[in-house]
Write a protein that binds this ligand. Structure first.
Ligand code: SF4
Length: 227
């Protein structure tokens, strides 16, 4: 359930009903065989040329000797993917819908971000979970901030864009606009995200497994206003 900070919470009851009607109509459309075929066709057209680079970069991440180096290669792979799908997705500057989702970040990645932005992450957030190093074990990442703005969101833009977490780089919606990205408390909405399961699997295996994972808001809590 999203918190009171969720971006669509200001909707009046009538507005919410109208919004949800549009959402359900769009969902029906994206789940149709015709729409899925058109997404597959568009995805193939933009991803085929990018996939050799993407595969090479993901392999570099797999072979990297440290978690930090794996993160570096995965970021390059994610950026190559974003570049490839850029004209086909709903994601645009000024859209901050993803910044109200949970943002799972490993300790190694939090430390890497911290070094880049000059701020130490919390040493051991109370909400962090230990991720098994046994890759056969099912895993769940923390899930408790849905609907709350990310610590680093400023005026609908990411204030650490160059250093943002991998999961933020991997979010992309293959729809024509961000209608389905809007959080509506109490509602589950399907979004035709670009398939980034390969990058996420490598992140889990090489960066998260055997360590701690917490939400970015717990590694970097909002600082009290200055002055
Ligand atoms: S790190 Fe940046 S892109 Fe990621 S959720 Fe926070 S504000 Fe959004």
């Amino acid at each position: 359930m999203a918190s009171e900070d969720a971006p669509t919470l200001g909707l009046r009851r009538d507005d919410r009903a109208a919004h949800m009607q549009r959402v359900r109509e769009r969902e029906e459309e994206i789940l149709s065989a015709e729409y899925r075929a058109s997404v597959d066709e568009r995805a193939l057209a933009v991803l085929l040329p990018a996939n050799p680079d993407r595969t090479r970069l993901v392999n570099m991440a797999l072979q990297a000797p440290t978690r930090t180096k794996s993160i570096t290669w995965l970021r390059k792979a994610a950026d190559r993917l974003s570049q490839a799908v850029g004209n086909e997705v709903a994601c645009r500057r000024g859209c901050d819908a993803c910044c109200y989702l949970d943002v799972a970040v490993s300790k190694a990645e939090a430390e890497s971000i911290g070094r880049a932005i000059g701020r130490k992450p919390v040493e051991s957030p109370a909400t962090a979970i230990a991720v098994s190093s046994d890759l056969n074990e099912p895993h769940e990442y923390p899930n408790r901030h849905l609907g709350k703005p990310c610590t680093f969101l400023r005026d609908s833009e990411c204030s650490i864009h160059a250093d943002r977490p991998l999961v933020c780089r991997l979010h992309a919606n293959f729809d024509r606009d961000n209608l389905l990205c809007q959080i509506v408390p109490g509602e589950t909405i399907s979004v035709p995200y670009v398939d980034t399961s390969i990058e996420k699997a490598v992140y889990h295996a090489k960066v998260a497994a055997g360590g701690m994972v917490a939400d970015i808001r717990d590694w970097f809590p909002a600082l009290p206003p200055q002055g």
